[in-house]
Ligand binder design. Structure first.
Ligand SMILES: O=c1nc2n(C[C@H](O)[C@H](O)[C@H](O)CO)c3cc(O)ccc3cc-2c(=O)[nH]1
Ligand SMILES: C[C@H]1O[C@@H](n2cnc3c(N)ncnc32)[C@H](O)[C@@H]1O
Ligand code: MET
Ligand code: SF4
Length: 345
């Protein structure tokens, strides 16, 4: 009998410490002007419980940023750590993506999460003059430094490239080679996201992008990534952006081409994609059936890949985190099916 091939996803609940951000990436639909406030811990608790009860495993902590030299930076970081603790104590495993951090900051947040992430976006310095002109955090050297610091600290890590922001094919290959280099040196990259820029309500690449990303080219970028990146790195594509603006049948056909080109993961699936709120996710139970008919098993996973669990520091303070990991692993082992966790989606 033919072995079923695996495609994974993570049932997530996105928690946003703050939408305020000192950067102004021209494609961003997420940021709001100061002051728009920080999430309270009681709201964090309410949201975490609700999603844990509905079967979520991951708390995707995604935030706007406070300038590195601002006097508010320490409070901002401390608040993110508190938000993670609340999510964890309500049974969710935090994955943190809050922009570039110093080594000390990474160390602090690694205590309260099971994995972290930062998109490289693109390594080409030319974008700091265009889409990232008002986004100092998007300096490629700062982001590569972050990836390497996370490597040194042995933090299981997610990164990726953003497509259609004015880069060309060589730029994409160069960015992927930078990610491969980090992996070669540190081995901490668990997945690489191949993320197509999608214009939303507010984000636009005004006058910058001479070649907006054509979603039908996604499989070929996935194939390039598969050729450049070491085998052990999972390739993630966001299914809501693959399905965007298409009939379900056509969206599915495109997703299948991405999978055949090497994509192995669909990332964090939450009720709302906070980055691209105008694009909803396909129904995961439906996707499970469709994929099964093509020889693929759609399996839920934790936000830390199993081979990295031994990397997580084990001390008294973090004993609780290991209990939460163990209980989710146990549940997935008993019933490793998408239908079981796809609850409220
Ligand atoms: O729903 C989303 N999840 C995003 N995720 C979450 C990701 O899909 C999952 O949380 C991870 O796969 C967990 O392992 C990101 C995670 C990162 O580390 C870096 C960037 C992203 C970007 C998105 C995103 O745009 N939308
Ligand atoms: C969290 C990640 O989301 C990505 N991101 C930000 N805005 C958009 C958009 N409009 N479309 C697709 N991806 C986006 C960036 O790559 C960022 O790092
Ligand atoms: C919507 S972006 C959220 C994460 C962070 N601000 C970054 O751009 O890397
Ligand atoms: S993409 Fe991230 S860094 Fe850029 S403006 Fe939006 S929240 Fe800020």
């Amino acid at each position: 009998m033919n072995q079923l091939r695996r495609v994974t996803w993570s049932k997530a609940c996105t928690i946003v410490p703050t939408y305020e951000c000192f950067n102004r990436c021209s494609y961003c639909n997420f940021r709001r002007d100061y002051p728009s406030g920080w999430i309270s811990l009681s709201e964090t608790e309410r949201v975490s419980r609700k999603h844990r009860d509905a079967g979520a495993i991951e708390a995707l902590i995604m935030s706007g940023e406070v300038h590195p030299s601002s006097s508010r930076r320490v409070k901002w970081l401390g608040h993110i750590a508190e938000v993670c603790k609340v999510a964890l104590h309500n049974g969710l495993l935090p994955h943190i993506n809050v922009g570039p951090l110093t080594t000390d900051e990474l160390e602090v947040l690694s205590q309260v999460s099971v994995s972290m992430g930062l998109m490289l976006e693109q390594a080409s310095p030319k974008l700091v003059k265009t889409v990232h002109r008002r986004a100092p955090s998007k300096s490629p050297s700062i982001r590569l430094q972050h990836l390497r610091a996370a490597g040194r600290l042995k933090i299981p890590f997610t990164t990726g490239i953003l497509l259609g922001i004015g880069e060309d094919e060589q730029d994409r290959e160069e960015s992927l080679r930078c990610i491969a280099d980090v992996q070669q040196e540190f081995g901490n990259i668990q997945e690489c996201i191949i993320q197509p820029f999608c214009p939303g309500e507010r984000g636009y690449v005004a006058g910058y992008s001479s070649t907006p990303f054509n979603i039908d080219e996604l499989p070929s970028v996935v194939a390039t990534a598969r050729a450049i990146l070491p085998r052990e790195i999972a390739l993630q594509v966001p299914p809501n952006l693959v399905f965007a603006g298409k009939e379900p049948r056509d969206g599915f056909a495109l997703l299948l081409r991405c999978i055949e080109a090497g994509a192995t993961d669909l990332g964090g699936i939450s009720p709302i994609d906070e980055v691209n709120p105008s694009y909803s996710f396909p129904n995961m139970s439906w996707l499970e059936d469709e994929l099964l008919a093509r020889g693929y098993q759609l399996l839920p996973r934790l936000p830390v890949y199993e081979r990295f669990i031994p990397w997580l520091k084990r001390d008294k303070k973090r004993e609780y985190m290991f209990e939460v990991i163990a209980s989710h692993m146990q549940e997935l082992r008993e019933k490793p099916f998408t239908k079981r966790v796809s609850g409220i989606l």
